[in-house]
Structure formats: C-alpha cells, structure tokens
Design a protein around this ligand. Structure first.
Ligand code: ADP
Length: 477
C-alpha cells in the first residue's frame, strides 16, 4: 500500500495514514494519506521559519520559473487531476476539470505577479529627503483549507504566498487530501527549495490548532466554517498575527417581475444546486417578486426534471453526491426543519439510490418560506434552497440584505435601474447581475463582508495586501 506522505523540511514523512473515500462510491478508496501529529506540525513550522530568510530574498525569476512550471504541469494533467478531484470530493468530472484548469491559471497569474512587484517613490514633505514605499513578505504563512474546492482554494492561497516570498505550512481538509498532495508534489518537483512549502495533512483539532497556537506562524489564511474562523481570529489576536477569513454565506438571488425567465431559472438552479450546493457562494435564498413567482417556481420544477444526480465520474451527471455522511445528515436535518417551520417542500429532498453506494440527495426546493426561518438564516451547505415571495424590488433588496452574511448577492432583471441600484446597495463582497451567485474569475478579488469574511481580499493583485507588509523608507539625499 502506498502512503501519500507529509512534506516537512523537504522530506516526505509519515508511516501510516487514513483512507480517502469516494463519496460517489463508498467502496472506492482514492488513496491512503498520512496524518501529521502536533510534533510534525511544529517541525513543519520550524522548517518554514528556517527557510524564510533565503526564500524571501530569492530572485523574482526563480519564483516566476517555479510557479510557471507548476502551472504548466497542472494544466497538462487537468484530466487526471480533475478526475482525482471528482473522485475525492464528488463534484462532476466537468466541474473537477474546470477547477483544475482554474488552479493552473492561478499559478500562471501569480508567476506573472512575481515580475510585477512594484513600489512607490515619493518626495518627502521635508526638503532633500526621498521616500520609498515597498512591499515585503510577511514570513511563515499558515494555510488552512476546506473540502469543497480541493484544488482551487489551496492554489489561490499557496501561489500568492510563494509569489511574494513567504514560506508556507499548508494544512488541507481531512476529507480531500489528494489534490493538495498532488500540487505540493508538483511544486517540489518544479524546484522549490527545502522547507519553503510544508504539507501537514491531518486533523483540524491537532494540526490546525498547533498552527493557531504557534508564535512562529506570522499570518494565517483560512477558509472554512464560521466556528473555526472565530478560533483562528482569537488565536491570531493573541499572537498579534495577520489573519484572513473566508467563512459562510447565505447568498440571496433576487428574481424580479421583468426578468428573462430562462436566464433567471438557469442562474437560480446553477446557484442553488450545482456542485451539490456545496459552494460558499451558492444561493439558498431565492427572493422572487409576486408577478413572476408562480411562473418561476413552475419553470424551476420543470428544469429540475432534466437534472441528473449520479456518480460524479459518470458521463451525463449534472450533480454529484453530497461529500460525506455527516454533511448529508446536516442537509436532511434542514429539510426536516424547513417543513416543521411551515415551508412547503415543492421539489426533491429525498435520498436517491444509484448503482454505486454514495450520498445521493435530490435537489430540494422549498416555497412559501420566510426570511425568519432557520432554512433562510443558517448556512446548510447542500442542494437545499428556499423561495421567499416578496411584493416588489424594495422588499426584495431589504430581504436580500437581511442576513448575518455578505459574500455574494445576485439579481435577475432586465431593468438597468434596478440592476444599477442593486449593484450599489447589495451588502455583499460580490454582486452578480443575470448570473449565478457562484462562479468567479481567478484574476479579480474574491471575498465578502459582514459575517462571511474578515481581512483583505483574496485573488488577483489584491492578494498582495495580505501576503505582504508595507515598508516606508526615508533617505537623506
Ligand atoms: P467545514 O465545515 O468546511 O469542514 P471547518 O472549519 O471544520 O469547516 O474546516 C475547515 C478547515 O479548518 C479544515 O482544514 C479543518 O481541518 C480545519 N480546522 C478544524 N478545526 C480546527 C481548529 N481547531 N484549528 C485550526 N483548524 C481547524
């Protein structure tokens, strides 16, 4: 049995591991992956700290070449890595390959960013003095990632961390170590010096917590649940370290009377159910004005008839399984809660049997929901959405913003007036007009506000706000 080991100080280590299970077919073991201990994690942090002085002063061409090489390999292996992703996480093969391509593009983008590191030169307010403003790396960056984007999220954190000259201790989610292992392997073979990137697969309560508690981790970037995000924040305040959080969402998708019905239905179904609803940008609150409500609900019901839920790797599957048993229970619990709260389960919500044993759930759509119900307030993270009927645009906007979260917000309308007003007034980091709430580009900022996010934005050139620290130098001429 091959064990995929952890990488600490340039050495692959770890004698035993746990099995990575395919949620489309629980009899299929994707691979065995090592579990790091607290001691291993401390060694990884020490290695990253030791590697920092040299890497932070490495030439931009060296960093460019490594990131570029990694991008090329990821893109060349997109079918194989996309398949691995679908097999361990359960999103469809098309989605798995698409996400892999995105990871390659992210490495390519940050390979370019290495060559564009810029500062500013200003005159001082005092005569004969010059001021230079430059960006320097932060130090050891701890990266903690969730299971729902097994290759894109690691890529959008690792690539900028390395690009700007930081060293890394990377802890992927327990459920999906496969893609993380693969990109670390690719980066090491692309020429990263020992200790610059360390992989510590294992439990959040052990590996993650050790990272949180270490005074030698200078910054932590985290994507995951609100509860764990709070722990990251508290521990980071304690250590006076930089931190960045991407947490939950309860993203609204507004449909107005003047919407193009086909556009609205496609965007709503995609937002709510594709990738099994397991995206922090998914929409689980569909807010519909009364003039289009009944036609919209009927059309979504019609559209759902042609949606195939099956093995993620099968041709023709539109929606794969839920990621594991715990998440499936959370989804079905919320379906029960919604019914008890008085919402009407209009479509789906039943467990499905397929040729292979997996966690299959029919996309569930509630109608007659109110924004006060738990299904409208709490993140479910599955293929479960609720339609809330409203009178007009003003009420729709008020309900869209009436949530503790603020990641993404969408609207379907043909009115320029409403689209413009919504873009300005939606309390979210990202706004989508006539598009699904999920599905973002790799070269522009990603992130939210309110309870969804904390800290500066990820992705695109805005990533440098987190992965660098600014220095202001004064020189007497
Ligand atoms: P999810 O619901 O997406 O699994 P979590 O917040 O539990 O959200 O997990 C996101 C990441 O945080 C995972 O890599 C997980 O292992 C890690 N994690 C969980 N608990 C802790 C903790 N106490 N300290 C640091 N990281 C943790």
């Amino acid at each position: 049995m091959t064990i995929h080991q952890n990488l600490i100080a340039g050495e692959w280590v770890g004698a035993d591991g746990v099995e990575n299970i395919n949620p489309s077919n629980t009899g299929d073991v994707v691979g065995t992956y090592a579990r790091a201990s607290a001691e291993d994690t401390k060694s990884a942090i020490a290695a990253a700290k030791a590697a920092f002085p040299a890497w932070s002063r490495s030439g931009i061409l060296e960093r460019h070449a490594i990131l570029r090489k990694a991008a090329d390999e990821i893109l060349a292996r997109k079918e194989e890595l996309g398949r691995l992703l679908s097999r361990e996480e359960g999103k469809t093969l098309a989605e798995g390959i698409g996400e892999t391509v995105r990871a390659g593009q992210i490495f390519d983008f940050f390979a370019g960013e290495c060559l564009r590191l810029a500062g500013e030169v200003l005159p001082s307010v005092r005569p004969n003095i010059g001021v230079e403003i430059t960006r320097e790396p932060v130090g050891v960056v701890g990266i903690i990632t969730p299971w729902n984007f097994p290759i894109a999220i690691p890529a959008w954190k690792i690539a900028p961390a390395l690009c700007y000259g930081n060293t890394v201790v990377f802890k992927p989610a327990e459920l999906v170590p496969g893609c993380s292992w693969a990109i670390v392997d690719i980066l090491v073979r692309a020429g990263l010096p020992k200790g610059v990137l360390n992989l510590v697969m294992g439990k959040g309560s052990v590996v993650g917590q050790t990272m949180l508690d270490s005074p030698d981790v200078n910054a932590i970037t985290f994507t995951g649940s609100t509860g764990t995000g709070k722990r990251v924040a508290v521990a980071s305040v304690e250590h006076n370290r930089k931190y960045q959080l991407e947490m939950g969402g309860k993203n609204p998708f507004v449909v107005l009377d003047d919407a193009d019905l086909d556009v609205a239905v496609e965007a709503a179904v995609n937002s709510a159910f594709f990738s099994t609803g397991q995206r922090c940008t998914a929409s689980s609150r569909v807010i519909v004005t009364e003039g289009i409500h009944d036609r919209f609900v009927a059309a979504v019901g019609e559209r759902l008839k042609s949606v195939v839920v099956d093995d993620a790797l099968k041709a023709g599957t539109h929606i794969g399984p839920v990621v594991d048993e715990t998440q499936l229970k959370q989804d079905t619990d919320y379906i029960e809660i919604g019914q008890k709260e008085g919402a009407k389960l209009a479509f789906g919500g039943e467990l499905l049997k397929r040729d292979t044993p997996g966690f299959y759930l029919a996309p569930a759509l509630f109608t007659e929901a109110t924004n006060e119900m738990r299904i409208s307030r709490e993140e479910i993270f599955g293929p479960v959405a609720a339609v809330i009927r409203v009178k007009d645009y003003e009420e729709a906007l008020a309900i869209a913003n009436d949530t503790p979260f603020g990641l993404s917000s969408g609207i379907a309308t043909t009115s320029l007036k409403h689209a413009t007003h919504f873009k300005r007034n939606a309390e979210a980091g990202m706004v989508m007009v006539n598009l699904p709430t999920a599905g973002v580009d790799f070269h522009v900022p990603f992130g939210g506000r309110k309870g969804s996010s904390f800290g500066s934005r990820e992705q695109g050139k805005y990533a440098n706000e987190f992965y660098t620290t600014v220095k202001t130098a004064y020189t007497l001429a």
